[in-house]
Design a protein around this ligand. Structure first.
Ligand code: ATP
Ligand code: MN
Length: 154
């Protein structure tokens, strides 16, 4: 039923909860996992400047030390957990508007299930859903499994 699962991650705790659930599904269906970190270029533009942001947009992360390290740490963690369970996994990095990049990736890569957290790094839990997840839900016809961070507390 599910063959290609996308796990977008921003390296947050809630995204990690989603990883566990995604890997349960992946194991069950013998699915392949793709994990994706998106550098939010609109947010980064202020601190990085136009030139560097343009570089990220083109997928050239090489000189973006801090951002690249954060991205790699997030996806590597997912990849390690996947490999521990014998799940086939690929890591991806992109720059752009996170929800748009996630939805486009799901189309391009023929993803049949997106698994993501209800919240992320900025984690304002008084709102039901973070804005990236809300916008992904509005931008894709693909199936989306949203893992709520409150599940972790029970
Ligand atoms: P907001 O960003 O609206 O202030 P938030 O940070 O709490 O709120 P979201 O950003 O919507 O919530 O994060 C929800 C989920 O979306 C995360 O658990 C993660 O799965 C995914 N996500 C968020 N940002 C990114 C990103 N830059 N790259 C990949 N996945 C992301
Ligand atoms: Mn966020």
């Amino acid at each position: 039923m599910y063959e290609r699962i996308l796990i977008p991650t921003d390296g947050s705790k809630t995204a990690e909860l989603a990883v566990e659930e995604a890997l349960d599904v992946a194991e069950k269906f013998d699915a392949e996992v793709h994990t994706l970190y998106v550098v939010d270029t609109d947010a980064a533009e202020v601190s990085l400047g136009t030139e560097q942001v343009e570089r990220i947009r083109q997928g050239r992360f090489g000189e973006m030390d801090e951002l690249e390290a954060r991205a790699r740490k997030a996806t590597e963690h997912v990849a390690e957990l996947a490999r521990d369970r014998g799940v086939v996994v690929e890591e991806h990095f992109r720059g752009g508007r996170p929800h748009k990049v996630i939805a486009d990736f799901a189309e391009d890569e023929e993803i049949d299930l997106i698994v993501m957290g209800s919240h992320g790094r900025s984690g304002i839990s008084r709102v039901l859903l973070g804005s990236v997840t809300e916008r992904v839900l509005r931008s894709t016809h693909r199936s989306v499994l949203v893992v709520d961070e409150r599940e972790a507390e029970s």
